[in-house]
Design a protein around this ligand. Sequence first.
Ligand SMILES: Nc1ncnc2c1ncn2[C@@H]1O[C@H](COP(=O)(O)OP(=O)(O)O)[C@@H](O)[C@H]1O
Ligand SMILES: Nc1ccn([C@H]2C[C@H](O)[C@@H](COP(=O)(O)OP(=O)(O)O)O2)c(=O)n1
Length: 242
Amino acid sequence: MSSTGVGPTGAPGTPTPVGGTTALDTVVVALDGPSGSGKSSTARGVARALGLRYLDTGAQFRAVTQWMLDHDVAVEDPDAVAARAGEPLVESGEDPEDPTITVDGVDVSQAIRGADVTGAVSAVSAVGAVREQLLELQRRIIGRGGIVVEGRDIGSVVAPGAAVKVYLTADTAARAERRAAENGGGSIDDTAAGLLRRDSVDSGRESAPLVAAEGAVHIDTTSFTLDEVVAQVVDLVRAAVD
Ligand SMILES: Nc1ncnc2c1ncn2[C@@H]1O[C@H](COP(=O)(O)OP(=O)(O)O)[C@@H](O)[C@H]1O
Ligand SMILES: Nc1ccn([C@H]2C[C@H](O)[C@@H](COP(=O)(O)OP(=O)(O)O)O2)c(=O)n1
C-alpha cells in the first residue's frame, strides 16, 4: 500500500516543541471515538476552520475491506485476510472539503459506506497485518503534521505524541438516530444494534482497540450541535499552538 504522503516513519505527532508549544502547521489533532459520535464531521469542520489537512482512517479500513470483498477473500477468516493484506493500494485525499479514497486507483468513496463493507469492516480491521500496513501509510500521510486525523487508535497508537487528543462519545440512541438519518431512514433499533456490535469488536480486539488515549479530552457530543463541538475542538487546538 502507498499514498502520496511522505514523511518520517517514526511515531508522528511529536513535532519539535518551541517554547513548550507547537505551531499550527505542524500540529496533529487526534480524534477518536465510536461510530456516530461525530468524528468525521467534527474533524472536517476543525480542519476547514483552521486550514489543516484531514485524514479519515476509518475510510482506509473500509477501502481495504471493499478490496477483500471484491477479491472474494473470506473476511471472517483472519488468516485469509492477513495473507492478502499487503496487496491493496490505498490512497487518501487530505482536503477536508473533498476527502477522496481510492483502492488500486478506483474511487470507492460511495461503495465503502454500503452495508456489506459496514458489516465486514470490524473483522478486517482486527487483523494485525492490515493494521500494520495502514499504520505505516497513516504515519507517512501525517508526516510533520498540520492535520486532523480521526479513527479509533489515533491518540493511542498512530500519533501518541499528538498535541491535541480528543475522545468523542454520544449516547447510543443519539448515535443511532444520527446514523439512520444519514442513511436516509431505516430502523433506529437495527442501526443501534449494528453500532453496538461494531463497538464491541472494535473495543475488544487485541490489536489497537478503541480506547480513550492517555491525555485525551473527552467530549460527550449528545447534547451539543456539530458547530458547538467543532468550536470546542478549535479552542483546544488554539490553546495548544503558538
Ligand atoms: N454534535 C452533533 N449533533 C448532531 N448531529 C451530529 C453531531 N455530530 C455529528 N452529527 C451527525 O451525525 C452523523 C454521524 O457523524 P459522523 O461525523 O459521521 O460520526 P463518526 O465519524 O463518529 O461515525 C452525521 O450525519 C453528522 O452530521
Ligand atoms: N483508526 C481506525 C479507524 C477505523 N477502524 C475500523 C473500526 C471501524 O468500525 C471501522 C470503520 O470506521 P469508520 O470511522 O468509517 O466508522 P464510522 O464512520 O464511525 O461508522 O474501521 C479502526 O479499526 N481503526
